[in-house]
Ligand binder design. Sequence first.
Ligand code: PLP
Length: 340
Amino acid sequence: MTKIVDLRSDTVTQPTDEMKKAMFDAPVGDDVIDIDPSVRKLEDYAAQLFGFERGLFCPSGTMTNQIALMLHTRPGDEIICDALSHIYWYEGGGPAANAGASLRLLPGDQGRISASQIEAAINPKNEHAARTALVSLENTCNKAGGSFYNLDAIKEIRRITSKHHLPLHLDGARIFNALVASRQSTLNYHGLFDSMSICLSKGLGCPVGSLLLLNEKDYFTARRIRKRLGGGMRQSGFLAAAGFYALHHHVDRLAEDHRRAKALAAVLEDCDWVDRVVEPSTNILVFYPKIKEETVISALERKGIRLLSMGGGALRLVTHLHITDEDIEYCRNSFFEEIK
Ligand SMILES: Cc1ncc(COP(=O)(O)O)c(C=O)c1O
């Protein structure tokens, strides 16, 4: 049987045996009628980690982002974000369809926009311009290859959004990758955002689940929007237990994923079929081959190595829970064989 090294995404992970045990042992209730104890435990734990009052467990990061956009805006409003944002590229036009909002896309530095760019993009308050209602950041930025924000830059953005009375949302689908790579703690994030989406089903290795972290004043409205979108789940404590387990056991190990992404980057740098490699900051590695993307994908697929196209000539590899040093060695050997 051909060896499979699936580097398409960190979402392909399977729950570990220990995680499955935590799931099977979870006490559950009905989280739509009233409460599921395991969901509540996860929501409270995640909220206090990042200094929020409440957490809302949802099926996906798309839903947590969309709830946040609907919560902070009214139809006709404008949301400021980086041009590479997931909310723009990969959420099915959700900002327009769900919130009725337009996006003001700013050309950032590898997915990071600055306080001065944001301040310059805030619309004047008049009858002609859309009302600027929200600023949304993404950390790490998926499409930019897992880049992360410097904490001082976020603080400066917070200063500007507060000055203009604008809420600030974080798409923190991979926030733990950012924290581990920048050696920061969740404590550093206290008080910086009005809402924050964190994903459990990416580098943390859960089968399903994201949390929207927010404050008490927004909780009821957010819960109602979740219901309207069909995101209320019943015995979801089985899934929440996986998240609780992951937050305790799968965070520190993300450093290994980052080390392996760097190792793969170093190999690709030396391959004659590769034009350019974007140095990975975390677990996402973007590179540009000299030959067609599809040619590389099918040549590597034949060797059992899976990766994704990002469009525009870019290919993406993502390291995760199931990628070992042996897999990196296998890739090293395969990358140096003829790719055609
Ligand atoms: C930055 C970012 N935000 C949000 C999401 C959406 O998460 P989900 O796939 O759970 O809807 C993703 C998914 O890859 C992501 O990379």
